[in-house]
Design a protein around this ligand. Structure first.
Ligand code: CIZ
Ligand code: SF4
Length: 319
């Protein structure tokens, strides 16, 4: 509506005025992804967000996503101001892996390399040997296996189990899960596939094993987006956050993209194919953050120094 148009114009002016750039995740609302695109920002997965933010010469990074993404940006660029539309946007994986328990878990297995998913707090990253995202997790674990290392993995058990199965690595898993991906159901997906027999099934590996097993392609958001472009199918059943449809439809306007079914349905389901924390990022709060400097990210300097080491390894890792 008119209000949105006004807010969008305000945000564009503020981005210029504050020498700021918008770094948006694929799972944020279309309006935010559109703005990132129109203003020279980026729409990306968490690895590309980290790379983009660290390399950009803006004074301020506005990170539209969830808290760990803002923290990662600040750890990599302490000289930059990092703002988020809301500091309430967190992640069930981050919440499910508190530092005290995680640290005690690590202490039980001193002979293992600690590999954590990027969806964790700065303090958990500071305790890790490696930080990975779903786009490089398989390659990093393969690399560690070649060096004869045993692994302690946290926090996503589905992604960890998938990597363990694919690589045969010796891994002990923390039992976290993503509340969005763990809801996808193989039966519902197969029922939908019966209606669209030519559909390709694209699955993010944070989904349960039974869903990963029926996938045509398993991969990170950027890998699934690439698959949706390169595969010849006209229909895709997608088991990840529906925010990704913005880029999928833009790249392939003539293809059909369907949400993978979940256990719940309709209004009763809080996290059906859309992350409730990603959804908190509104245009209004984005405007407020830029205008008022609210939603600023701070990371304790001692923790930052420690977390920087595995994050730098993540950014420079080559398979
Ligand atoms: O599920 C998430 O939060 C993802 C896919 C993060 C990422 O790596 O982009
Ligand atoms: Fe966390 Fe899942 Fe939301 Fe991603 S989609 S931020 S993993 S809860």
């Amino acid at each position: 509506g008119v209000d949105d148009l006004e807010i969008r114009a305000e945000i564009k002016a503020l981005l210029k005025e504050k020498n700021a750039v918008l770094v948006a995740h694929y799972y944020t609302d279309d309006a935010i992804q559109e703005l990132a695109e129109e203003t020279g920002g980026v729409i990306a997965d968490s690895l590309e967000m980290a790379r983009f933010g660290a390399a950009h010469d803006a004074e301020t990074l506005v990170v539209a996503g969830v808290k760990f993404m803002g923290e990662t940006a600040k750890i990599l660029s302490p000289e930059k101001t990092v703002l988020m539309p809301t500091l309430e946007a967190t992640c069930s994986l981050d919440i499910g892996c508190p530092i005290e328990e995680f640290s005690a878990f690590c202490d039980q297995y001193p002979d293992r390399k600690v590999v954590v998913y990027a969806n964790t707090s700065a303090a958990v990253k500071a305790r890790a040997d490696w930080v990975v995202t779903s786009s490089i997790a398989l390659d990093v674990v393969n690399h560690l296996m070649e060096q004869g290392e045993k692994i302690l993995w946290a926090p996503d058990q589905h992604l960890g189990g998938y990597i363990q199965k694919e690589t045969g690595a010796d891994m002990i898993l923390w039992d976290g899960a993503c509340i969005v991906h763990e809801e996808f159901k193989a039966k519902g997906i197969l029922d939908l596939k019966a209606v669209y027999p030519d559909a390709a099934i694209l699955v993010h590996p944070e989904s349960p094993e039974s869903v990963v097993e029926i996938a045509d392609v398993v991969g990170s958001t950027s890998q699934l987006l690439n698959a949706s472009k390169s595969m010849v199918n006209d229909t895709f059943i997608v088991a990840t956050d529906r925010g990704i449809f913005y880029k999928m439809r833009q790249a392939s306007p003539n293809k059909r993209f369907l949400e993978a079914p979940t256990a719940g349905s309709g209004a009763s389901c809080r996290s059906c194919a859309h992350c409730p924390w990603m959804a908190l990022n509104s245009l209004e709060m984005l405007r407020n953050a830029l205008r008022d400097g609210s939603g600023q990210i701070y990371v304790n300097e001692d923790i930052r120094q420690k977390a920087l080491k595995p994050l730098k390894k993540m950014l420079t890792f080559q398979a």
